[in-house]
Design a protein around this ligand. Structure first.
Ligand SMILES: O=C1C[C@@](O)(C(=O)O)C[C@@H](O)[C@@H]1O
Length: 147
């Protein structure tokens, strides 16, 4: 059974009350429940972590080696700032899919650039909680085709 690490970056613990006009009303628990259901359908397993700290996310990526087959990540604002997160993903070389609730490309210019995208298999952006569901689906299918 494929084992996927789901990572959420800073401020995503506030989902549900954080800028609902941009991010909607779903909480992180709602998204985890959605992903658990999708994982069951795909016959995959997920493990979830949210952190507001760059180093904790980097450690989790390192720890994924040998434990997880792929990574689904919403890096939050670290998308646009973190060379270290990008290097961690490149370093472990585990297939990674980047997701965003909002469409980062139709928002402020500083959100248009992602340090993560060049080291990801792909990016899904703009579909609210469905970005995660579609991302998990795409990642699992990618891994199944590879093996
Ligand atoms: O924290 C976030 C959330 C986000 O990653 C999204 O899911 O739409 C988009 C980022 O620009 C922002 O900093």
């Amino acid at each position: 059974m494929l084992n996927i690490l789901v990572l959420h970056g800073p401020n995503l613990n506030l989902l549900g009350r954080r800028e609902p006009g941009v991010y909607g009303l779903a909480t992180l628990d709602d998204i985890t429940a959605l992903l658990e259901r999708e994982a069951q359908t795909l016959e995959a397993k997920i493990e979830t972590l949210q952190s507001n700290h760059e180093g904790v996310l980097i450690d989790a990526i390192h720890d994924a080696l040998g434990k997880h087959d792929g990574i689904l990540i919403n890096p939050g604002a670290y998308t646009h700032t973190s060379v270290a997160l990008r290097d961690a993903i490149a370093g472990v070389n585990l297939p990674t899919v980047e997701v965003h609730l909002s469409n980062i490309h139709r928002r402020e210019p500083f959100r248009h650039h992602s340090y993560i995208a060049p080291v990801a298999v792909g990016q899904i952006s703009g579909f609210g909680p469905d970005s995660y569901r579609l991302g998990l689906y795409a990642l699992v299918n990618y891994l199944k085709q590879k093996s």
